[in-house]
Design a protein around this ligand. Structure first.
Ligand code: HAM
Length: 430
């Protein structure tokens, strides 16, 4: 039979030897979310296709080209979430979370699915950590959210990630902007890609984030949204900048940032690293004052961001930062013979009850192979149990680093654990 041992293009396995890196990130990120007052939200991996069409926007690359959409046996069109914001907003509406007292602050870890051309930092299944705030219109909320993202990078000691911000205004200021963009892009109707041609009438702003190199080059000369902001949006943006300055968060204003999703209004921002190649945006987000209404709710000014976890790990590795290695096994017991094996089973259970990691042989290997395994898993201490040890109630506890041996009693589990802990303490003091 043919071996089915190939992962789907654009997906990655997270292997046991690497999962500690993910667990480390998840801990740092959820700790940061906690201190900022966010609680976790978990939503399903698939939603009605219409949610993303309306939420993310019909004219976006994500909806037009990248969604994993399928029809169920019942004839319903579902889509694997391409991002986390729309699903979280749907849950907020469905469960009336806005009645719980505003603002609502929710964070999430999700897998996302986008049918993009895979390359370094760009996968078809990838992971996001996101933070969303619902029911906050004041520019101080924008500053606080950006501060939360920034403090994640500080906590991870990644000073080389820079922050770029922009404002893309409200639907009112965008009316004039759209007209200016239409006029500009109409000069290039023979060179724009076919998707952008179709965007020209309905949503010319989307041409600004087309991934085609030709459209990208044309977009460089396009009018900038910041020249079209209405007074209210301009003031909002100025205030955000004032607050960021007050919090000593460095940023540059980049009028080219428009983000690739339709729901954004006003402040948008990206955290960028120059050390991971072309897919350099580690975090993207902004305000989305119209999304909840777009999904059928009452207007609720909201904002959020998401960090791509694969990219974040790439930055950590590129910057040469060490993620703390997983805790070693405290004890490995090698056992020879039935009685010894039962004793080993009993002792490791007692040790595990104290919360320490302990293992023994469960595959019936010889002594040499068992010790090789103890080395491989990096056990701090090992102990050999055979007929003699069982008879005498004593065994030698070996420090696997120094080779030092200490005789320990094995008849009383409490005494055994005390001996193990004091041997560990002594080894740490040496
Ligand atoms: P986004 O910019 O599309 O925004 O994605 C956020 C982050 O996800 C990116 O900055 C990047 O790090 C990562 N990412 C995106 N696509 C890929 C991919 N194909 N492979 C690997 N990583 C990727 C959003 O998704 C918004 N929902 C963010 C947001 C939350 N806005 C408000 N709230």
């Amino acid at each position: 039979m043919a071996l089915i041992a190939k992962k789907i293009k654009g997906t990655e396995d997270i292997l046991p030897r690497d999962s500690f890196k993910w667990q480390f990130l998840e801990k740092v990120l959820s700790d940061e979310a906690r201190v900022y007052g966010f609680s976790e939200i978990r939503t399903p991996v698939f939603e009605q296709t219409a949610l993303f069409q309306r939420g993310v926007g019909e004219g976006t690359d994500v909806v037009q080209k990248e969604m994993y959409t399928f029809e169920t046996k019942g004839g319903e069109s579902l889509t694997l979430r391409p991002e986390g914001t729309a699903g979280a907003a749907r849950a907020l509406l469905e469960h009336g979370l806005y009645n719980d007292g505003l603002p609502i602050k929710a964070h999430y870890f999700t897998t996302c699915y986008r049918y993009e051309k895979p390359q370094a930092g760009r996968q078809r299944e990838f992971h996001q950590f996101g933070m969303e705030v619902y029911g906050a219109s004041d520019p101080i909320a924008d500053a606080e959210l950006i501060c939360a993202a920034s403090s994640i990078f500080d906590r991870l000691q990644l000073p080389n990630i820079r922050l770029e911000i922009n404002s893309i205004g409200c639907p009112e200021c965008r009316k004039n902007y759209h007209a200016a963009l239409k006029e500009y892009f109409s000069q290039f109707t023979d060179t724009l890609c076919s998707t952008c041609m179709s965007r020209l009438e309905k949503n010319p702003m989307r041409i600004l984030d087309c991934k085609s190199p030709i459209c990208k080059e044309i977009a460089e000369g396009a009018p900038k949204i910041t020249d079209f902001l209405c007074e209210e949006c301009d003031n909002h943006f100025k205030k955000v900048q004032e607050y960021l300055n007050a919090a000593e968060i460095e940023f540059t204003v980049n009028p080219s940032i428009v983000r690739g999703l339709d729901y954004y209004t006003n402040t948008v921002f990206e955290f960028i690293s120059d050390s991971i190649g072309a897919q350099s945006t580690v975090c993207g987000g902004g305000r989305y004052n119209g999304l909840i209404e777009e999904l059928g709710g009452s207007p609720l000014p909201s904002l959020g961001f998401a960090i791509g976890l694969e990219r974040l790990l790439m930055v950590i590795e590129a910057e040469g930062l060490e993620i703390p290695a997983p805790e070693k096994d405290m004890l490995y017991i090698a056992a020879l013979g039935d009685k010894a094996q039962v004793k080993a089973f009993e002792l490791v259970r007692e040790v595990r009850e104290t919360g320490l990691k302990a293992q023994f042989d469960i595959v019936g290997r010889g002594l040499k192979a068992q010790m090789k395994y103890a080395n491989k898993i990096g056990a701090k201490f090992s102990m050999v149990l055979g007929d003699n040890e069982i008879e005498n109630g004593k065994a030698m506890l070996k420090n696997m680093t120094s080779g030092e041996q200490t005789e320990v009693s094995i008849n009383d589990a409490h005494i055994f654990i005390e001996n193990l802990l004091s041997a560990d303490l002594a080894s740490e003091m040496n």
